[in-house]
Design a protein around this ligand. Structure first.
Ligand SMILES: NC(=O)C1=CN([C@@H]2O[C@H](COP(=O)(O)OP(=O)(O)OC[C@H]3O[C@@H](n4cnc5c(N)ncnc54)[C@H](O)[C@@H]3O)[C@@H](O)[C@H]2O)[C@@H](O)CC1
Ligand SMILES: Nc1ncnc2c1ncn2[C@@H]1O[C@H](COP(=O)(O)OP(=O)(O)O)[C@@H](O)[C@H]1O
Ligand SMILES: [K+]
Length: 476
């Protein structure tokens, strides 16, 4: 499991460690890791031109000490001091002692244009808000130059704890982060500014309460349902799909296609698209009765392509089994009925649907994905999976938010959300708790999207067909 911790937790862990180490030792560890990453990127250090953008805090100190290490290996290193009266004194002395220089006022732009590497030590976890006016043109110049840009700890200008970007920010090719990932390195839009992320171990002792968790293959493999010798289809779980309408029969077919590959022993379908479903998937148990009388299921999926069928949504919400609400179901569900449920509820909005539920503009959700998903989960007393460029899954009672690492923008294709809802519903029916069902489904779905597209456009049905390949990839 990959984890990310809040700034507050990082600071506490740093304080505890610093109390046990000689003064400055932690910064030396950070600077050594940073210099090594820069050297790897440069390939050859001797004769290279390096520009350090140095802010007023310890982030600038890291950059200066790393610059000193590169200067000792023969690089030409110049520091641009953004707050000249407030530069880390030890770092500056080390740079000078190693033969590095401080850029003359007005020389920064030219230096950046000729640099091989620009190191962003403007601000790290002490930052708030976007870049200040003095730094903005330098960050833009670096982005437009041929130099590689390495961010120290975080790309300056992003919000460490939320992944929000509230103004100008540095665009890095590589971010070298210390001790642990910070949420901004895993959550869009900030994640996109970070480039590749390299974690340097500085010996921090972190507690169990991470802000974010990202499942990896081994975690998912341990959670995947697997049939035992004595399993039968009912013991493996039956998932009910209440989806589709005369207008959108395809949503039902796609939800079923995901459900059939999600580990449940059987898929039961109720709704007006039974003929389309059975024509494509003859193994589906199609019922022409409402959810209440369709026969036992261990979890329901309601909403994909449901049109305006509010009665079916209400009927499903009244069932005392886990329920996944997607698409039209999110709009039709009575919030009071969702909150009143005692069995698990998993809601799977995209940013537009989440915005409608929160009563804000879509852009606000996209800019603040982490706070949006937490807010929705708390308001509805449900587990919420927010889809999109960074898929997040939050439980109602707080705790670490799961961030999905496998997605691909090729998944942004009509109907792929329907496949995800069926897949996650199937995992719920197989007995996974809602947080696990949502995050495992997102993981497999993202991987299936990658396999299905392999760099070219793919349809939602291709994604569904690639789920077994994703499953095997995780299990192997
Ligand atoms: N505390 C520690 O033990 C360690 C800290 N390390 C480094 O120290 C950094 C944190 O250092 P600091 O606490 O000094 O904080 P920063 O260096 O991140 O920020 C320092 C100052 O920058 C100013 N600032 C805030 N927002 C700004 C913005 N948007 N634009 C420009 N300036 C802004 C503020 O005056 C703030 O106090 C970490 O990110 C990491 O790079 C590492 O050396 C590892 C050890
Ligand atoms: N930019 C993106 N990067 C990665 N995944 C994305 C992106 N945009 C959409 N997705 C994924 O594609 C799927 C689309 O689902 P959804 O928006 O519900 O579409 P539909 O309603 O057409 O099925 C979701 O799994 C979502 O996370
Ligand atoms: K930085």
């Amino acid at each position: 499991m990959r984890t990310a911790y809040s700034v507050e937790t990082v600071r506490t862990a740093e304080r505890e460690l610093m109390a046990r180490l000689p003064g400055g030792a932690l910064m030396q560890r950070a600077a050594a890791g940073l210099a090594a990453a820069c050297a790897d990127l440069l390939g050859r250090v001797y004769g290279r031109r390096v520009v350090l953008l140095v802010g007023s805090g310890d982030n600038g100190g890291d950059a200066l000490y790393a610059g000193a290490r590169l200067a000792r290996r023969g690089a030409g290193v110049a520091a641009v001091l953004l707050a000249p009266g407030h530069t880390h004194p030890g770092g500056l002395a080390a740079l000078r002692a190693a033969g590095g220089t401080v850029a003359a006022p007005g020389a920064a732009e030219d230096l950046i244009d000729r640099a091989d590497l620009v190191v962003d030590g403007i601000v790290g976890i002490g930052g708030s808000g976007g870049l200040r006016p003095g730094a903005t043109p330098l960050a833009a110049r670096a982005a437009g130059s041929r130099a590689a840009v390495v961010a120290v700890d975080l790309p300056s200008g992003v919000e460490a704890d939320t992944g929000e970007v509230r103004g100008a920010a540095v665009r890095a090719d590589l971010t070298v982060t210390f001790g642990t990932h910070k949420p901004a390195l895993l959550v869009d839009p900030a994640r996109e500014y970070a480039g590749t992320v390299r974690l340097v171990d500085i010996g921090l002792d972190l507690p169990s309460g991470a802000a974010l968790e990202a499942l990896q293959h081994a975690d998912v493999a341990a959670l995947l349902p697997r049939p035992a010798a004595e399993s039968d289809k009912y013991r493996r779980g039956v998932v009910g799909i209440a989806a589709g309408s005369a207008r959108y029969p395809g949503a039902a077919v796609l939800a079923v296609s995901g459900a059939l590959r999600g580990g449940a022993g059987a898929v039961r379908y109720v709704g007006p698209a039974g003929q389309a479903v059975i024509a494509r998937f003859p193994e589906t148990l199609v019922s022409d009765r409402g959810p209440h009388r369709a026969g036992r299921v261990q979890a329901w999926v309601v909403g994909p392509g449901a049109g305006d069928d509010a009665d079916t949504v209400a009927e499903v919400l009244a069932e005392d089994v886990p329920v996944l609400i997607d698409a039209d179901g999110l709009r039709l569900a009575d919030p009071g009925a969702v909150r009143a449920r005692t069995a698990p509820t998993l809601m799977t909005p995209h940013a537009g649907e989440a915005a409608a539920l929160l009563g804000v503009a879509r852009e606000e959700v996209e800019e603040a994905r982490l706070s949006s998903v937490r807010e929705l989960a708390a308001r509805y007393g449900a587990t919420v999976l927010l889809k999109g460029s960074t898929t997040l899954v939050a439980a109602a009672d707080g705790g670490p938010v799961r961030v999905n690492p496998t997605g691909t923008p090729w998944l942004a294709t009509a109907g792929s959300g329907d496949v995800l809802s069926g897949l996650a519903g199937s995992l719920l029916a197989a007995g996974l708790p809602a947080l696990d069902a949502g995050s495992v489904a997102a993981y497999l779905h993202g991987l299936a999207g990658r396999f299905a597209s392999d760099g070219a456009p793919a349809g939602a049905h291709d994604v569904a067909e690639a789920i077994p390949e994703a499953w095997r990839d995780v299990r192997d």
